[in-house]
Ligand binder design. Structure first.
Ligand code: HAM
Length: 428
């Protein structure tokens, strides 16, 4: 027999872990409500060109990490699994004419993303993001609002000590001159560059600043800084962003080499890290402004900013901090019966109670009543509903397994009775 396993870099989220994801999703949805973001869905796959154009051909995400789909050969289109949500959201914004709505349009997406990366701790081929985008506002105030919302997510999730690294990477007015300086600088040090970095020197010199090769650290530290090349408009935008961050009390550090791995960014770029973990690859989340993306995808020029927070990494951070609690799920009551064979009645009574919104397990194994009650206790059920001869005149025994008491209850009052008990005991 073959033994099948989940594909490398993917994993099953078993119920305990899925529940932890659910808690994070709940926090994200609550924040989206409070900050005025509306949740939407985009397909898990897009035409590959959405990513190639939007994210950029010469990025790791597109060049190496895109999961391309090979459909029937006669199909002209080619698709890819989404490596992130921003390009798809902006594609949808353009496709559905959302530029005619009051701006900004604030959208939120929760779900899995796919990158064909080398799997390691905190880096998966399928991972989950909370993505939020404010489309149609040039900032800088909204930039600070977005950054603050992301930070609040970590606070409410219970990840302590998160700080924001921010930078401005300029725009089409001032970045070309800076890229020229970078090319010139790294060109002078070409012999010290790894092969991939030497290629990047031609295709995407900004990416050299993001090299995680330890041998590059000193070279990067001495490289020309974008902050010295910003045009007045970008420089003023950045100063105003920092003033807004100060005003809302966001702890940040200006990081002049922060450039992000996707090509659509202009001006504001930011990442969230746990304090002390900034040097590693494990950003908890990141985002930035992408004023040119809508136009690249066939829309009108539209200023926009957003972030994506990596839910897997938030859970890892919580686990490392020992801050994970699993809540056992116990039924409020188990329906048991004196006649082991009468699963029909047990199922019917359970069904009635579930229809009233109660969490009920029906004992469906044909075992003796004593065994059924033992199993109910093992389940940490608060009550056992015991079906016996009393059913003939419409009654059952309701046994409080925690208190050890038992009383007769009319079947028609049972749901109300249990619901009242659930409320006072925080069950159900
Ligand atoms: P990103 O920096 O590529 O940005 O990803 C955002 C976050 O997703 C990362 O900080 C990390 O927490 C998580 N992440 C990325 N790759 C993986 C992986 N292989 N395994 C686990 N977690 C991962 C974006 O995706 C942009 N779309 C953010 C954005 C939104 N910019 C503007 N709007």
């Amino acid at each position: 027999m073959p033994s099948f396993r989940a594909p490398r870099g993917t994993r099953d989220l078993l119920p305990d872990v899925r529940a932890r994801f659910g808690r994070l999703e709940g926090i994200a949805r609550s924040l989206a409500d409070r900050y005025g973001y509306r949740e939407m869905e985009i397909p898990i796959l897009e035409q590959a060109a959405v990513f190639e154009r939007g994210i950029g051909e010469a990025t790791d995400v597109v060049e190496k990490e895109l999961f391309r789909l090979a459909p029937r050969t006669e199909e002209a289109e080619s698709w890819a699994l989404r490596p992130e949500a921003t390009a798809g959201i902006v594609r949808a914004y353009v496709q559905h004419g959302m530029q005619t709505l009051p701006q900004p349009v604030k959208l939120s997406v929760l779900g899995p993303m796919f990158r064909y990366d080398r799997p390691q701790a905190g880096r998966y081929r399928q991972f989950w993001q909370w993505d939020a985008e404010a489309i149609g506002d040039p900032g800088p105030a909204v930039d600070a609002e977005v950054i603050e919302m992301g930070l609040r997510f970590y606070v409410e999730a219970g990840v302590s000590d998160v700080q924001v690294l921010v930078n401005s990477i300029g725009d089409s007015a001032c970045r070309p001159a800076y890229l020229g300086q970078l090319k010139e600088y790294f060109g002078r040090h070409e012999a010290e560059l790894a092969d991939t970095d030497r290629q990047r020197l031609e295709t995407n010199p900004l990416r050299l600043l993001d090299s995680k090769d330890p041998a590059m650290a000193a070279l990067i530290a001495a490289a020309p800084k974008i902050s010295e090349c910003l045009c007045d408009a970008c420089s003023n935008h950045f100063e105003a962003l920092l003033a807004h961050l100060d005003a809302v009390g966001v702890p940040y550090r200006v990081e002049p080499t922060l450039v992000r791995g996707l090509d659509y960014y202009a001006r504001t770029a930011f990442e969230y890290y746990r304090r002390g973990a900034e040097g590693q690859q494990q950003a908890l989340g990141g985002g930035g402004r992408y004023d040119g993306l809508a136009e690249l995808l066939g829309g009108r020029p539209t200023p926009a900013i957003g972030f994506a927070l990596g839910l897997d990494r938030v859970l890892l951070a919580l686990e490392e901090g020992g801050e994970v609690r699993t809540r056992p799920v116990a039924p409020l009551a188990v329906v048991v019966g004196a006649d082991p064979a009468d699963t029909v009645t047990r199922l019917r009574v359970a069904s009635l109670l579930r229809a009233e919104g109660l969490a009920i397990r029906a004992e469906l194994a044909p075992r003796k009543l004593g065994r059924q009650l033992e199993a109910a206790s093992r389940d940490h059920a608060h009550f056992a509903v015991i079906i016996g001869d009393e059913l003939a005149d419409g009654h059952v025994q309701l046994k409080d397994l925690e208190a050890g008491t038992q009383r007769l209850v009319a079947l028609e009052d049972l749901a109300k009775d249990l619901a009242r008990a659930a409320k006072s005991h925080h069950h159900g």
